[in-house]
Write a protein that binds this ligand. Structure first.
Ligand code: NI
Length: 224
């Protein structure tokens, strides 16, 4: 049998959706062809939880950072904790960090998100580690901040890429990769299908974003 091992670049196995069967699931990954997993932090608690998963499972690596949803909960101590975690041997990226104007529409929320995005980009630069960027309904601000921080010198992934071909070209020109997952199978993913046809195959990375974004026909169910 020919085997193709899969490198899952973006998962959230620390999520409470996996509380009941996390161990069972992770123990079955390798026999199911999943060779490596990057667990991406999102909430404040996920920093510790991702560290624990990384220590327990040899094939789990960590991306350390705080999602824009929780930017308002971050303090100087949080930034210090991320800085420390990035020094661990199996830390591979800073993420997921960025801007989400879809769920957060207030100007003062955007200001906090931008501040924490910039602060975490600085941590990535110090650690010489790629970014894992979450950007939703915030293409221009994301791109402007990336340019301002010379993100092209560091590189990384635009996680769950959700913009059109023109924005894809801009991010690809900065040397970034596009994270592609279950959304591609959705009936309303016309724009994303165009992007995937347009982008060079070696600039796309596979991700589940589990427990979210299960592909059709399991849309809406827990992803794993
Ligand atoms: Ni994610």
């Amino acid at each position: 049998m020919e085997t193709h091992m899969i490198f899952e670049t973006h998962a959230h196995y620390d999520d409470e959706a996996f509380e009941a069967d996390r161990e069972e699931l992770l123990d079955s990954m390798q026999e199911n062809g999943i060779d490596r997993i990057v667990n991406a932090c999102a909430s404040l608690e996920s920093l510790k939880d991702t560290e624990a998963l990384m220590e327990k499972y040899p094939f789990v690596y960590g991306a350390f950072g705080i999602h824009p949803d929780d930017a308002d909960k971050m303090t100087e101590e949080t930034l210090e904790e991320i800085r420390k975690l990035c020094k661990l041997p199996k830390a591979v990226a800073v993420g997921e960090i960025g801007l989400d104007y879809y769920w957060h529409k207030e100007e003062h929320e955007h200001e906090i998100q931008k501040k924490m995005f910039r602060a975490q980009m600085e941590i990535a630069r110090e650690a010489q580690m790629p970014f894992m960027i979450h950007s939703r309904d915030a293409a221009k601000d994301t791109f402007d901040i990336m340019k301002e921080h010379r993100a092209e010198e560091i590189g990384g992934v635009i996680h769950c890429f959700s913009y059109g071909r023109d924005m894809a070209r801009e991010f690809l020109n900065l040397g970034f990769y596009l994270g592609i997952g279950g959304v591609l199978t959705f009936g309303n993913a016309k724009k994303l299908k165009e992007v995937v046809e347009y982008a060079p195959l070696d600039r796309l990375v596979l991700e589940t974003d589990c427990p979210y974004l299960a592909p059709v026909p399991n849309r809406g169910k827990r992803n794993s």
